[in-house]
Write a protein that binds this ligand. Structure first.
Ligand code: HEC
Length: 90
């Protein structure tokens, strides 16, 4: 992604998504999935499905209907670009 496109993607995610999914894609609220590092195509597909009604959730369906195709691609690419690490404590 181009630097200014990445900056726009980050800004959109901060404005539209971070309250619930966290500024770094680790969700701040219960029953809210982490998005950091998730597959980009998966994220795009879920957002399109919320928008077109194939997937339904009382909050996400409302939000998705306000998103343009560009919003969907940008926010998905932002969350997908974040790198996470996992610790197995067992
Ligand atoms: C008001 C809180 C809220 C906001 C704001 C919000 N989300 Fe969500 N999001 C949720 C919740 C709650 C779920 C779980 C929905 C479900 O169970 O289907 C969810 C689910 C999702 C999923 C499905 C994840 C999966 O693992 O299948 C994606 C993708 C997603 N949100 C992306 C976004 C994006 C991108 C934005 C910003 C444009 C956004 N959300 C804004 C609360 C929010």
């Amino acid at each position: 992604m181009h630097a200014d496109e990445a900056a726009l993607a980050r800004l959109k995610a901060m404005q539209l998504c971070a309250n619930c999914h966290g500024p770094q894609g680790l969700a701040a609220l219960p029953r809210t999935p982490h998005l950091a590092g998730q597959d980009q195509d998966y994220l795009v597909e879920q957002l399109r499905q919320y928008r077109n009604g194939r997937r339904h959730h009382e909050v996400m369906s409302v939000i998705a209907k306000t998103l343009s195709d560009q919003d969907i691609v940008l926010t998905s690419s932002w969350y997908s670009s974040l790198r996470i690490s996992v610790e197995d404590k067992n």
